[in-house]
Ligand binder design. Structure first.
Ligand code: CA
Length: 166
């Protein structure tokens, strides 16, 4: 399943550039022009990560992040803030509302993708396709195989996700 990324950014040029970089990486990009539009999209799709512009018309990026973190269904979705400001004080404020990382504009698509990968790795080993090992069981997200001491088990994707989650 493709990694889903929600981009909330009012500048069309940046949104398009980001969407293109995500598509090249094989990610599924969902775009919103405002925090309000972002919230309505969250009713249809649960993204693996949110790219959030700091300066938005209407609801600001900070207010959006605050609301997300209060929502039990969405609060675990990692957030990377896109900011034109590099000031220390703003970073502290962003982190205090739950942003996982920052990318300062102007940024290159390569830098952005690298940040996204790092945040996804921290947030969910499954998204990073890493083998998870617990108590003699090894879970491989790519092959959906589980290796135990007695041999390996083949599980369906749903059973695998359940076990991975547990
Ligand atoms: Ca903006």
């Amino acid at each position: 399943m493709a990694v889903k990324v929600l981009i909330i950014e009012d500048e069309a040029a940046i949104r398009d550039m980001v969407a293109l970089a995500l598509a090249r990486e094989g990610y599924e990009a969902h775009q919103a022009e405002s925090g309000e539009e972002g919230f309505s999209l969250l009713n249809e799709v649960v993204p693996d990560l949110i790219l959030l512009d700091w300066m938005l018309p209407g609801m600001s990026g900070v207010d959006f992040a605050k609301r997300i973190k209060k929502d039990p269904l969405c609060r675990d979705i990692p957030i990377i803030m896109l900011t034109a400001r590099g000031e220390e004080e703003d970073k502290v404020r962003g982190l205090s509302v739950g942003a996982d990382d920052f990318v300062t504009k102007p940024f290159s698509p390569r830098e952005l993708i690298a940040r996204i990968k790092a945040v996804l790795r921290r947030a969910s080993p499954m998204a990073a396709d890493e083998v998870v090992e617990v108590d003699g069981l090894a879970l491989d997200p790519v092959s959906h195989r589980v290796r135990a001491e007695e041999g390996s088990l083949d599980l369906g994707p749903t059973e695998f996700k359940l076990l991975h989650f547990l």
